[in-house]
Structure formats: structure tokens, C-alpha cells
Design a protein around this ligand. Structure first.
Ligand code: CTP
Ligand code: CA
Length: 244
């Protein structure tokens, strides 16, 4: 049952959630994919439904079924996901980009199955960069507002899975990504403390552009469902604060 309107509620709000991993075709039977299970995105959709939102769920490949009760759009490739996001986002209060979007796609998609050749040469796959859908959504909002339109979605949430290395720690990489994308909230998965892909438990830090150096960013460990409720609670709080 939906929560009553008030703190933590998303009643009357439309939330677009992307989930799963995109697949980039090479030929009719092959693709380049990734290990995203879609579990975090599905949990976020469930948590948003629990809070009373109307949920537009844009699903790339998932290992689990899409949750019941969402407005479902299925996509395969990053370019299809991009179209679906840009159709859904301007009419949404919140955009949550939990999908694992392929950074690259093969420059050609053969109409026929790629066969082994007799001349001793093997095919070389050239990759081209996919658009950054999250950064585009932020840019489109800015342009709409500059043109006198509504600055929607009010809240744009990105995800990142990072490991630290010799030159910077996980938080530094997360903050850099937040700035680069221009989103309002970044859910930083700390890879290494627990494996993220396909696992049911994880640890995240919520980063926002307003973070001050002196206050540590909130970090939560738990199941993907528990974390989804934390993220949705934060989203509802930010929406409340954004209303004038
Ligand atoms: N994302 C996107 N479009 C892309 C790639 C990523 O919208 N082409 C979104 C993801 O859904 C996620 C966020 O951007 O919410 C961060 O994804 P990530 O892969 O961590 O960022 P990248 O900019 O691709 O950086 P990296 O080189 O570290 O993969
Ligand atoms: Ca990437």
C-alpha cells in the first residue's frame, strides 16, 4: 500500500528508472553485453512504487523479471535506451539511471551471421563511443529551463561503481564523476568491499553537489532492497526541498 502524502512520500510523482545491461549487436546471433543483473534497478522501482510513485521502468537485459505495477518499456541497445529516456524524462519528476549502459558499440551490425573465413584472416571489431545518456538528460534539462520551459526531471540520479587505485580513492572518483555528469545525486557503489554484480547485498555512498567537506556523505550497507528504500527516501526529501 502507498504511504500517505507527507515526508517520504512520492504520491503523485512520476519516477523513471532505467535498469539492466544494454546489449550491442554484432550480428543476428551475437552481442556485446555486461554483467548487470537489473536487481538494483528493480529494487528502486519497487521502493518508488511503495512510496506511491507512478514508475516508468526502462529495462535493458535483466536476469530477473521486471517488477509488477510499472509502466514498462523494454530496450536492447544504448541508443534505444537513450530514446526511451529522452521520451520519458521531461514528463518525470525524477530520473534514476541505474542501467549499465555500454560505453561502446560495434561500428557495424551485420545483417547476416559473421562466418569464419578460409583466407586465414579473422574479423576485427571496431568500437564507437555511445552517447552519455545521463549527461544528455542533464543538458536537455538545462536547455529546456534556459528556453523558459520546465526544468524537469527535478531530480536526476546517477550510479557509479568504482574501485580506488594508487592515484585516487573511491570517493574522489565518485566526486569527479558527479561533477562530470552534472547530476543531482550520485549513488556510489564501493566495489571491492562487496562484489556488486548479481549480488543481493552492497554498500553505497550518496554524493550530492552540495556536500560539504566537513560532513561525511551518508553510507549505507544492506540488501539492494534496503538500499533502494534509502535512496528513495533521499529522493523524496530532495523533492520536498525543491518545491517552492
Ligand atoms: N551512463 C549513461 N550513458 C552512458 C554511460 C553511463 O547514462 N553511455 C550512466 C549510467 O547509467 C550511470 C552513470 O552514467 O548512472 C555512470 O556510469 P559509469 O559507467 O560509471 O560512467 P562512465 O561515464 O561511463 O565512466 P567510466 O569510464 O568509469 O565507465
Ligand atoms: Ca561506463
Amino acid at each position: 500500500a502507498a504511504r500517505p502524502a507527507g515526508a517520504g512520500s512520492l504520491l503523485g510523482k512520476t519516477v523513471t528508472v532505467t535498469a539492466g545491461g544494454t546489449r550491442e549487436p554484432l550480428d543476428p546471433v551475437r552481442f556485446l553485453g555486461n554483467r548487470s543483473s537489473g536487481k538494483q534497478g528493480a529494487a528502486l522501482a519497487r521502493a518508488a512504487l511503495d512510496a506511491g510513485a507512478h514508475v516508468r521502468f526502462i529495462a535493458a537485459h535483466m536476469d530477473i523479471p521486471a517488477p509488477d505495477g510499472v509502466e514498462l518499456t523494454r530496450v536492447e541497445t544504448a541508443l534505444e535506451l537513450r530514446d526511451a529516456v529522452h521520451r520519458a524524462a521531461p514528463g518525470s519528476d525524477v530520473l534514476i539511471m541505474a542501467a549499465a549502459v555500454a560505453d561502446f558499440r560495434p561500428d557495424t551490425n551485420s545483417d547476416t551471421k559473421i562466418k569464419k573465413r578460409d583466407d586465414g584472416t579473422d574479423p576485427v571489431i571496431t568500437l564507437v563511443r555511445n552517447p552519455d545518456i545521463l549527461a544528455e538528460a542533464v543538458q536537455r534539462r538545462t536547455e529546456a529551463a534556459a528556453g523558459g520551459g520546465a526544468a524537469r526531471p527535478v531530480l536526476i540520479v546517477g550510479f557509479a561503481a568504482e574501485t580506488g587505485d594508487g592515484s585516487a580513492d573511491v570517493l574522489d572518483y565518485g566526486r569527479q564523476k558527479l561533477v562530470r555528469k552534472g547530476c543531482d545525486l550520485l549513488v556510489l557503489n564501493r566495489v571491492g568491499t562487496s562484489l556488486v554484480f548479481g549480488q543481493d547485498t552492497t554498500e553505497v555512498t550518496l554524493l550530492s553537489p552540495q556536500d560539504s567537506e566537513s560532513v561525511p556523505a551518508p553510507t549505507y550497507a544492506g540488501t539492494k532492497m534496503e538500499i533502494a528504500h534509502r535512496i528513495v527516501a533521499r529522493v523524496a526529501q530532495e523533492l520536498d526541498a525543491a518545491v517552492v
